[in-house]
Design a protein. Structure first.
Length: 309
């Protein structure tokens, strides 16, 4: 009897020790993550030039079970309202484990709720991310839960922190006009500043179409090249580095969850779609402005086929 009690005490003591060790490991991990996050923030805060205003955003999950995030690269300077320079919707589907990216051409001529017809990028200036969300919903029937407005300089700092040796990109031609850097053709490693120049270049015959293609190419390349990095432990610091340059309604926990899930997968393939899709648009001039007239129903069908797969 005494022996049984002694064994029970030993087992109880053993479990207490295991629980204590687990608690210390969890506490240590959380503490280290928070330290790394704050270190990243302190590294870049004060350099961002983005509105800190919290915008109204009445989004929700889409009907396919995915979480859609409206990603906006704004051409704002200081606190002035502006049109969206880059418009993307990123979808993360936790059950399927898929990552998808839709790029919306900013010159599409669409219905903007309460403002008639105009280029889609005008919606941000008229009513912030919420009006742009409503515009995308009305024209393409996509539900969006979150928004992120990104200062392009944050992209530079994120790339330099995550890829000290640069991101390997095959530059297809010489580029220099209106991008602040000069790029020569060929396979090379680009730092944040030169990679930003690459994705912003549009002074050629294909204009914005080429720019959108390069943006998607870079997103896919960055995703695939994360495989060579020990980035899961570095993730809190990366989020900290970019935080001062992002205005978003996502909390840090949401970002960490999606980012950790992405980095822990063997397959980091990002599927992409450009809207309007080929054969569904034409160049038009309306009130003297160059716009893209689109077949909304055809593009809506293409988007829903893409997101439902």
């Amino acid at each position: 009897m005494r022996s049984d009690r002694h064994e029970k005490k030993k087992k109880k003591k053993k479990w207490k020790s295991v629980l204590l060790i687990l608690f210390l490991l969890i506490a240590g991990t959380l503490g280290y993550s928070y330290f790394q996050f704050k270190q990243g923030v302190s590294q870049t805060e004060g350099e961002a030039n983005i509105q800190t205003e919290e915008f109204e955003f009445n989004g929700e999950k889409d009907k396919y079970g995915g979480t859609n995030i409206l990603i906006l690269g704004s051409d704002a300077r200081g606190k002035e309202k502006s049109r969206a320079d880059t418009i993307m919707v990123a979808q993360y589907h936790p059950e399927k484990g898929t990552y998808k990216l839709i790029s919306f051409m900013r010159d599409m001529y669409v219905d903007i709720p309460g403002h008639g017809q105009n280029r889609i990028n005008s919606a941000l200036a008229y009513g912030g991310p919420e009006l742009l969300r409503q515009t995308i919903k009305e024209n393409f029937d996509i539900d969006i839960k979150y928004y992120s407005i990104v200062d392009f300089e944050g992209f530079v700092h994120l790339i330099d922190e995550a890829f000290p040796r640069g991101v390997e990109i095959d530059v297809e031609k010489r580029m220099s006009a209106n991008i602040g850097v000069t790029l020569e053709p060929g396979l090379q490693r680009l730092d944040g500043e030169h990679l930003l120049g690459y994705v912003r270049f549009r002074q050629d015959a294909v204009g914005d179409f080429g720019r959108v293609e390069r943006q998607q190419k870079v997103m896919k390349e960055v995703a695939s090249q994360f495989t060579s990095l020990q980035t899961i432990t570095k993730l809190p610091k990366l989020i900290g580095v970019v935080t001062p340059f992002v205005n978003t309604n996502m909390d840090t926990g949401d970002i960490l969850y999606i980012g950790k899930d992405f980095l822990s997968k063997d397959n980091r393939n990002v599927e992409t779609l450009r809207v309007p899709v080929d054969g569904t648009f034409e160049n038009q001039r309306i009130n003297g402005a160059a716009v893209l007239g689109i077949d909304k129903e055809a593009n809506k069908a293409a988007i829903h086929e893409f997101l439902s797969k």
